[in-house]
Design a protein around this ligand. Structure first.
Ligand SMILES: Nc1nc2c(c(=O)[nH]1)N=C([C@H](O)[C@H](O)COP(=O)(O)OP(=O)(O)OP(=O)(O)O)CN2
Length: 172
């Protein structure tokens, strides 16, 4: 007699999304203090997302395709831009017509407006970029509840072997 298999609803599973398309190329410089920063440079960043969620019956949790498309779309938003932080304690951003002027340590760094994407972050670091993805993925709490998402962790890489991860536990 075959054992009636109990539905696994409610069990927590981990979905890991690390598709090749989860990438973006961007310029930045890390600010270390009021007087020290890196020179402007760029990376081919990659993104991985772990989503912990409860099983919903039918042998699956939520349809992860929705989040795969969302992460890829977010990567496209950052692709081929010079990224500047608007919440740095050490950098002042001035938008002057077709230019964006970044004021740092008594110097002015000019950029063309068309090349710059301003992000509401303290610094353009792996940690802060992970925050940006996490906050964008958590924008719709109702959908996250419907998908029984328990936690999301975003990991951003500036190259192989170098990354920062950030995790958000959803209010249940
Ligand atoms: N806590 C953090 N520290 C640093 C960050 C960061 O995001 N968070 N970022 C940097 C630099 O921007 C970054 O490391 C510069 O890239 P770099 O490592 O020099 O070059 P590669 O990514 O190509 O790596 P290689 O080791 O040169 O191969 C510094 N600190």
């Amino acid at each position: 007699m075959s054992m009636q298999r109990q539905p696994d609803s409610g069990e927590i599973v981990m979905i890991r999304l690390a598709k090749q398309a989860m990438k973006f190329s961007a310029g930045h410089f890390t600010i270390f203090s009021a007087s020290e920063r890196e020179r402007l440079h760029g990376h081919n960043f990659t993104v991985e997302v772990d989503i912990e969620a409860r099983m919903l019956g039918n042998g699956m949790c939520f349809d992860y395709g929705l989040y795969k498309d969302r992460v890829i779309a977010l990567c496209r938003e950052l692709n081929e831009w010079m990224l500047l932080p608007t919440r740095s304690p050490y950098l002042r951003i001035e938008e002057a017509g077709e230019q964006v002027l970044a004021h740092f340590a008594g110097q002015v760094i000019p950029f063309l407006r068309r090349d710059v994407r301003l992000l509401p972050l303290e610094n353009i670091t792996l940690e802060e970029l992970a925050r940006w993805f996490l906050e964008r993925l958590a924008e719709d709490p109702q959908t996250l509840r419907e998908h029984a998402v328990v936690a999301i962790e975003v990991r951003v890489f500036s190259g192989p072997g170098q990354s920062a991860g950030r995790r958000m536990v959803m209010p249940q």
